[in-house]
Design a protein around this ligand. Structure first.
Ligand SMILES: Cc1ncc(COP(=O)(O)O)c(C=O)c1O
Length: 359
């Protein structure tokens, strides 16, 4: 059998069922059709095209407020450029220890902010706790110029543990952040999955709860390199265009990203795609609860399932062709990610095999 390297394992390439990452899933046909349509004519470059121009209105309607949209190609760029708007070189950003900005962006937030410091906090199930944040912030300020200036708070929605913040939880974090007048950034690489689970409006879970800037992701949920920074608090839009250009993310053929983003939020496509992924994750989670030997690590509230699996069972599942990551730094914690492409048959085949191996 052919083998290929991935970050955490040597993995078989011919395996049939991929629960490794939503980044590995195919794009949604609707998004490809949007790309094909955007390819039918000449368009002005660098975001001066009709697709990009139309985004402000479309996203303003979706979020029920005035806002500014900056399309770009990756979630790392969205997070880092957004945070650089909030955090000076001598500032700090409070985030969860397991947040993508802290563990998986190779220092990009620090790089783009020209030295901003990430303050990594613990928190159950991947979430920051408002009381902890208040407490930590209350301990700053005594050392004057010797300490970094608290400058921003960043949370992920859905979190890297597959959980979601409720609007009340986001609002409490904002209240805590405001004790030091800090803005709130939301990493929404899986924003659709969170909104679909919460069943709330996009506005309720963002600016109405105190979010100033959102990194809005579409790539993991059916897009092809389609992300955006959505700025609700216009203070953080100032010169963001130049920052994006400087970072190499003012794409000459921006229309292809913008056309996707427009299609993504049209007719609820983004939530329909997220529902497929979330439903599959729920099915996996429900099935695992009935298996002796496998233990869920976090509540399953989006499209990711974190589960403790004994070695022999994990090996058996790998050998049977199921692909999923062991979580870095652990020996028996695994992450299974469902996408808009995951089928009920795939989930049931996994549960059947896991059940057999548990006996
Ligand atoms: C929570 C979260 N934020 C941000 C990103 C960054 O996205 P990208 O890989 O497009 O830079 C990811 C990617 O996996 C992610 O999981």
């Amino acid at each position: 059998m052919m083998r290929a390297y991935c970050r955490y394992h040597w993995i078989p390439t011919l395996a049939a069922i991929n629960f490794r990452s939503d980044n590995e899933s195919p794009a949604a046909p609707e998004m490809i059709e949007a790309l094909v349509r955007a390819n039918e004519s000449y368009e002005f470059a660098y975001g001066d095209d009709g697709y990009s121009a139309a985004l402000t209105k479309k996203f303003s309607d979706l979020f029920e407020t005035d806002l500014v949209v900056f399309p770009l190609a990756t979630g790392t760029a969205a997070n880092s450029i957004a945070l650089a708007q909030m955090c000076p070189p001598y500032g700090s950003i409070y985030c969860h220890a397991h947040s993508h900005i802290n563990t998986d962006e190779c220092g990009a937030p620090e790089f783009y902010s020209a030295g901003g410091k990430l303050v990594a906090m613990q928190g159950e199930h991947g979430k920051l706790d408002a009381a902890d944040l208040s407490n930590l912030l209350s301990k700053t300020g005594e050392l004057g110029d010797h300490e970094v200036l608290p400058s921003a708070v960043s949370i992920s929605q859905a979190t890297e543990s597959g959980t979601v913040y409720t609007p009340a939880e986001v609002a409490s974090l904002k209240t805590a952040a405001l004790t030091r007048e800090l803005p709130l950034h939301m990493d929404g690489a899986r924003f659709a999955n969170a909104v679909q689970t919460l069943g709330c409006s996009p506005s309720e879970i963002t600016w109405k709860s105190g979010v100033d800037v959102l990194s809005f992701g579409a790539t993991k949920n059916g897009g092809v390199m389609a992300e955006a920074i959505i700025v609700f608090n216009q203070d953080y839009a100032i010169q963001l265009g130049r920052r994006r250009k400087r970072a190499g993310h003012l794409l000459s053929k921006m229309r292809f990203v913008s056309a996707q983003l427009a299609r993504y939020i049209e007719d609820g496509l983004w939530l329909d795609l997220a529902k497929k992924a979330n439903d599959a994750a729920q099915r996996v989670s429900d099935g695992i609860k009935n298996l002796d030997g496998l233990t869920l690590e976090h509540p399953v509230q989006a499209n990711e399932v974190f589960v403790r699996i004994p070695d022999a069972i994990a090996d058996g599942l790998y050998k049977a062709g199921f692909e999923f990551h062991r979580w870095p730094g652990t020996t028996d914690l695994y992450r299974l990610v469902m996408s808009h492409c995951t089928t009920t048959d795939e989930v049931d085949a996994f549960l059947q095999k896991a059940g057999d191996l548990c006996e």
